[in-house]
Every structure is written in structure tokens, then in C-alpha cells.
Design a protein around this ligand. Structure first.
Ligand SMILES: [Zn+2]
Length: 411
């Protein structure tokens, strides 16, 4: 089994141009004493919207490593794959996020549920378990999650077969569902994964509150941190008590920009001696637009053009992300207004600095999900990125380091 390090961050890189600038942020973390692995994650949905393939992401990652001479660990993540989609990713990835959220709640047979409850009856009186688990809770959780776990196991075995071994990291994700999982349910899920022999190293639950794209956590922060701490303890218990990998840790999806919870999460994992995987994706693309705007000239013109195109096709661009964004159309600046703004004003509206009165979360979310308009521009967009590389890179690195890695991992 390929073992993941204690701390890791999924960066994503929609157009495959920012790998080196992202690695620079991890180098800053290393200089500050924090070793974190960089994981380039990209889902089939992103590939389809952009017109790229898993081999492109692998090539971009390899290029970034060669360019920077990075000696730390790095991985390429087949993000949110299932049995139907995993094959195309298998040769190019060494991290697989098995998304089984759609199988949550599919009824497991009552015989399977009762067998599970009987096999693990001892857990209800196990004082080492950090979350209470009476028989009724176990039965209900088994009924809800056993089919999803079985699907994860099938997909895991498929990846093993395709790769001819277990030289990869397994993540199981259950975050894209309406109902959060309690720490007790998380324990049942991990018990079931251990039963199936899935060496899960990162698990992405659905937490309490909202993890919207590109904006801060929405919800009760102390309640979230209490739940997160309990989940961390359950994961640590599972690796000891169930024979799951010692590297098992939680994964936070839609993890960019969750400024109100980073310090609290960081303190909890350090206190508990636990690991953490933070998965982000779209933020780097936003920094490309910020960097283009700041560059002025034709970079600024490109930033304005992207905004106009996203604004004019708003219903199309937000459709795939409707459940994870919150845009008030009346708060968006019109493209004609934006055409009169200078680069600094556009950068300030999009850059996620909450103390800046010019920051506009509605515009930020629109551009966040609007990357397909840039994909349609093809080489014209990519050439602008190359031409204004210095300004774009500076923003990509600063965002990842100052606003993400530093508050999360550096005390
Ligand atoms: Zn997810």
C-alpha cells in the first residue's frame, strides 16, 4: 500500500498551468517546519467541462515537479470516481477518491444488517470507542450505509485489479449528500470498511453546516469543531481497533476558504496527534483571474471578458453547482460596470480577504463556477496565463500559503 503522509492538501489545477506556483506554497510551509503532501485532484466533471483527460493532469503534475525540483511527496487524485468512471483514471493516478454518496440510504438486506450487528455486538460496551454506539444506532447506521460501503469495496477492488496491486491511496467520500453523518455513524462506516478489507486512508464525511464553493464555512463553528474533534477521535480509534491503516485520517471537501474553522481544526489535529487531508479545487482558477486583472493591459481585458461571459451565461455555469453556492444576483456588478473598474478593483472584489470592504462573495462564487467560459476560449485563455505568469503565480502561491496552509498547519 502507498502510505499517505500525515498532512496533505488537494489543490486541483483546472487548466494544469499552476502546479509550480502551488508547489511554491508547499515549499514555504516546509520552510516554516510543516511537511504537507501536494495532491492534484480532478474529477470527471471538471475534466468534462474543461475538455481535459486524466493523463493531462498527470503530465501537468510531473511538469511542476520537474520544474520546481520538489522533493516532497506528491500525488494525483482520481477525484469522486465510482465503478462507472474509474477505469480511465487508473493508469494516471495514485490516489483514488471513491465517491459512494449516491448509494447512501439504499436499503441493505435485513439479514446483512442483523449479521453486522451480531458480529459487532461488543462495540456497544467498548469503552475505547470515542462515540456512543448502542445496538439501535448500529442497526440504523448499518441499514443506511452498508450498501455504500459495499460499493466502495467493489470500486477499491476494481482499482487494485486495474493497477495490478495496491500501490495507491484509497479515500472514501460520502460528503455529497444531504444529511450529515454523526461520529457514531462514522464509526459504523469504518467498521464496515474494515470488514470489507478496504484499506481506507482518508475518509470524507458530510459534516454539519455548509461547505459552499469558494466561501467561508456557513454554520455554527463551535458545534462543527466539537463534531470534527469527535470524528478525529473515531478515525484514530478505527486505525488502532480495526486494523485499518495507521495513516487513516479525515478529509475535508470543498475545503478552500474555510477561514473560520482552519485554526480550530489545526489545533485539534495537533492536540490529538492526528493527520488531515484538505481538499480544495477551484480557488487556484480564481487566482488566475485575480492575477490577470492585476497584470493590466490584455490580462485585465481577459479578466473582464471572463466575467462578462460568466455573467451572461449565469444559469448554465451555476447549474452543476447549485447546491453548493449561494449567489444573490442583485449583488453582482454588471459586466458594463466591471469594464469601468481597474485591475485592482476587480482583484479586490474577487480575492477572498474578508476584511476588505470591496470583496464581493457573489462575484467570487460566480467566477468560481464559471471556469467553463475560459475553457471555451481555449488557447487564447492559456496564452494569457503564460504571458502574465508572474502576476498569476504570485497570487496562486500567496492564496495557498497565506490563506490556507499557514492558518491550518502553522501555529
Ligand atoms: Zn466531495
Amino acid at each position: 500500500m502507498l502510505v499517505i503522509k500525515r498532512f496533505s492538501v488537494g489543490t486541483g489545477d483546472r487548466f494544469g498551468r499552476q502546479g509550480a506556483a502551488q508547489v511554491a506554497a508547499f515549499a514555504k510551509a516546509r520552510a516554516a517546519g510543516v511537511e504537507a503532501s501536494i495532491v492534484w485532484n480532478k474529477s470527471k466533471r471538471e475534466h468534462d467541462l474543461i475538455g481535459s483527460a486524466p493523463s493531462d493532469q498527470r503530465a501537468a503534475a510531473s511538469r511542476a515537479i520537474a520544474e520546481t525540483g520538489w522533493t516532497g511527496p506528491w500525488h494525483v487524485d482520481a477525484d469522486h470516481v465510482g465503478l462507472a468512471t474509474v477505469d480511465a483514471f487508473a493508469p494516471h493516478c495514485d490516489f483514488f477518491t471513491l465517491d459512494v454518496a449516491d448509494f447512501i440510504g439504499k436499503p441493505a438486506g435485513s439479514a446483512a444488517v442483523e449479521a453486522f450487528v451480531a458480529r459487532h455486538a461488543g462495540l456497544s460496551s467498548d469503552s475505547s470507542l470515542p462515540a456512543p454506539l448502542d445496538t439501535d444506532t448500529m442497526r440504523a447506521a448499518a441499514a443506511t450505509y452498508l450498501v455504500a460501503v459495499a460499493e466502495a469495496a467493489k470500486t477499491y477492488r476494481r482499482v487494485r485489479e486495474l493497477r495490478g496491486g495496491d500501490d495507491f491511496i484509497t479515500e472514501v467520500s460520502m460528503d455529497e449528500t444531504a444529511t450529515p453523518q454523526s461520529p457514531s455513524e462514522l464509526a459504523v462506516i469504518l467498521v464496515a470498511l474494515a470488514d470489507e478489507g478496504v484499506p481506507v486512508q482518508t475518509l470524507a464525511p458530510r459534516f454539519t453546516g455548509r461547505f459552499n464553493k469558494g466561501v467561508d464555512y456557513v454554520g455554527n463553528v463551535p458545534a462543527f469543531l466539537k463534531e470534527f474533534e469527535a470524528d478525529v477521535r473515531v478515525a484514530m480509534w478505527a486505525s488502532k481497533a480495526l486494523g485499518l491503516p495507521a495513516s487513516l485520517k479525515l478529509s475535508i471537501h470543498s475545503g478552500s476558504d474555510k477561514f473560520s474553522i482552519y485554526r480550530g481544526m489545526g489545533a485539534i489535529v495537533r492536540n490529538e496527534g492526528a493527520g488531515l487531508h484538505l481538499k480544495t479545487a477551484g480557488t487556484t482558477w480564481l487566482e488566475e483571474i485575480v492575477g490577470l486583472a492585476e497584470a493590466g493591459g490584455d490580462g485585465l481585458a481577459m479578466a473582464r471578458e471572463v466575467y462578462r461571459a460568466a455573467y451572461e451565461s449565469i444559469d448554465v455555469v451555476i447549474a452543476p453547482y447549485a447546491s453548493v453556492i449561494d449567489i444573490d444576483k442583485s449583488r453582482l456588478a454588471t459586466p458594463d460596470e466591471v469594464d469601468r473598474w481597474d485591475g485592482q478593483a476587480i482583484a479586490a472584489a474577487l480575492r477572498h480577504v474578508q476584511s476588505d470592504p470591496r470583496f464581493n462573495s457573489h462575484m467570487r462564487q460566480l467566477v468560481h463556477v464559471g471556469f467553463r467560459v475560459a475553457a471555451k476560449m481555449g488557447d487564447r485563455y492559456l496564452d494569457a496565463l503564460d504571458k502574465h505568469r508572474a502576476s498569476v503565480s504570485r497570487n496562486v502561491t500567496e492564496n495557498l500559503w497565506e490563506r490556507h496552509l499557514k492558518p491550518l498547519f502553522v501555529v
